[in-house]
Design a protein around this ligand. Sequence first.
Ligand SMILES: [Zn+2]
Length: 179
Amino acid sequence: MAGKLTVYYGCMFAGKTSALIQHLSELNFKQSEFVVIKPAVDVRSGAATITTHDGKSHECLIYDQGFELGEFITPFTRLIAIDEAQFFDKVFLSDLKRFLGRGVHVVASGLDKDYLGRPFGLMPALIELAEEKHHLKAKCAQCGSDAEYTYRKTENKVLILIGQSQHYEPRCSSCYHQN
Ligand SMILES: [Zn+2]
């Protein structure tokens, strides 16, 4: 039977990584039964670990050029978890489909839109493919209603500007488009 793909998506500050961690916590798999993969570009947390709600710390694999998913999947792997999935490429997606076909479950979280409101990397494809999808919303920094856009407060035009509230804020559609 094919594995199940679950996707958590939305703007920044929508709680996507927390949702991913919650998902892992509820499954309560053994360490050997799942892998967690983060892109190298996500250097915010420094250490490549993810800590579930019951306090178990799990080492993350770092996705970078030349990453071979197959090297990390064993016959015991039941789930592949991906954080910041917008940064992964099409080769990775075809690998994921292969493992889904073999019955490995996948859970991914990521930004569906970049700060210019454009579809972000792999996310639209993952959302389309997902059996279970959760659109998470943040709270608009301007008016407090549901936010689904990430607004960049600085002039920097670099697409990948990792950072928190000094660079970005969540905004609803109408506040986002006012600027
Ligand atoms: Zn608003």
